[in-house]
Design a protein around this ligand. Structure first.
Ligand code: PLP
Length: 386
């Protein structure tokens, strides 16, 4: 159960610590010496329930999740999150106000755009608070709040949705203007920067993340929800307002009531999340991890900035992602050469998302400083020789 330490910068599914995978591989065969593996036990058995509960506990510890919030898991990924949020939070808003309300979206990249489009497709008439591409012609900035289209009556907002780190475009929020939206429920997609930094959970109505970047393998999505949002209008109330009811597999109150096991939860996948969390706690927690992520991303941005004749960085400095470093080679005809020379040095996963092209280096938690240095050395050498 060994491998050479990979230098892999893919955006997702992404690298996980080798030690975590070694433990997971053992546990897949024989979990805690019970004679069968973590993927074979029932999600309702003592061992299955303890995996779910321990994962929730460790997450609560790491993020300092307050009593006001609840953790739960759903099969699926980020798309499961943003496509199930609208119906659930609309039902919560109706319970609270008697009105359907309007979801507002901040579109700062590919994933928040998809989330907005899904809310529209489902018929919830979402509105746009700001579409950053309309302002800069690309997703490369987050304009100041005076450029946002904020409704005069905040009470009409059922929730505000934004993506904290846009994986494809390499844009990450530094400071969300929480104080401008008092009493408004804030929903954040943190799929690609979950547990990369400290977050004040109390400021959010809902945080969600697909596991397969920083905290596990594909198959599970993680939710931290304000408990009051689990109070929802019932089926009759929703029907009266002609609002679609939430499918049971995605009905957050039902999932929470059943300790994330209303239906079969992928226990082994949750177990991997549990092992990643344990590893992170042993490493020193989120402060340590955040420091490391700052060092790594600064190192890479500095080297790219040093060669402006060779590399172009499309994202404005104040919102550059620490997780997904997006850049292009000025002479686009060198793209393939860059990638193949990198591969020769065993540096892989650097191709940009198919929708934007160019390059993307993802420096998730499991990518070490050593591996980041190797990448920087290659980028520098390539610049000097081209
Ligand atoms: N949100 C973000 C920020 C993502 O990066 C992704 C996938 O890369 C998604 C949502 C969609 O995730 P999934 O493919 O798990 O549905």
């Amino acid at each position: 159960l060994d491998r050479e330490e990979p230098n892999y910068y893919g955006a997702g599914p992404a690298l996980l610590p080798t030690s975590v995978l070694q433990q997971a591989a053992k546990d897949l065969i024989n979990f805690q010496n019970i004679g069968i593996g973590a993927g074979e036990i029932s999600h309702r058995s003592k061992a299955g329930v303890s995996i779910i509960d321990q994962t929730k506990e460790q997450l609560t510890k790491l993020l300092d999740i307050p009593e006001t919030h609840e953790v739960f898991f759903l099969q699926g990924g980020g798309t499961t999150g943003f496509s199930s949020i609208v119906a659930n939070l609309t039902a919560s808003h109706i319970k609270k106000t008697g009105k359907i309300g309007t979801p507002y979206y901040i579109i700062d990249g590919t994933w928040s755009k998809k989330a907005y489009e899904e809310a529209e497709r489902l018929g919830y008439n979402p509105k746009i608070l700001v579409d950053t591409k309309k302002i800069d012609g690309k997703f490369g900035t987050i304009p100041s709040i005076d450029k946002w289209d904020i409704p005069s009556n905040l009470n009409e907002i059922s929730f505000i949705y934004y993506c904290d780190n846009e994986t494809v475009n390499g844009v990450e929020f530094r400071n969300f203007p929480f104080d401008k939206f008092p009493n408004v429920e804030l929903v954040s997609d943190m799929s690609s920067n979950f547990l990369s930094k400290k977050v004040d959970v109390s400021k959010y109505g809902l945080i969600f993340a697909g596991a397969q970047k920083n905290v596990g393998i594909a198959g599970i999505s993680i939710y931290i929800i304000k408990k009051s949002l689990l109070e929802q209008a019932n089926v009759e109330e929703l029907k009266k307002l002609n609002v679609p009811i939430v499918p049971i597999a995605f009905h957050y109150p039902t999932v929470v009531k059943n300790d994330s096991a209303y239906n079969t939860i992928p226990t082994f996948t949750v177990h991997i999340v549990n092992l990643v969390l344990k590893n992170l706690i042993e490493k020193g927690g989120l402060n340590v991890q955040e420091e490391e992520n700052i060092i790594k991303s600064n190192m890479l941005y500095d080297i790219l900035d040093k060669y402006p004749n060779v590399y172009k960085l499309p994202v404005s400095k104040d919102v550059r992602s620490r997780m997904n470093i997006v850049f292009t080679i000025k002479d686009g005809s060198l793209d393939n050469e860059f990638l193949s020379e990198a591969e020769k040095k065993n540096l892989s996963g650097l191709k940009g998302h198919r929708s934007v092209g160019g390059m993307r280096a993802s420096l998730y938690n499991a990518v070490t400083i050593k591996s980041t240095k190797l990448l920087c050395e290659f980028i520098e050498e390539f610049a000097k020789t081209h």
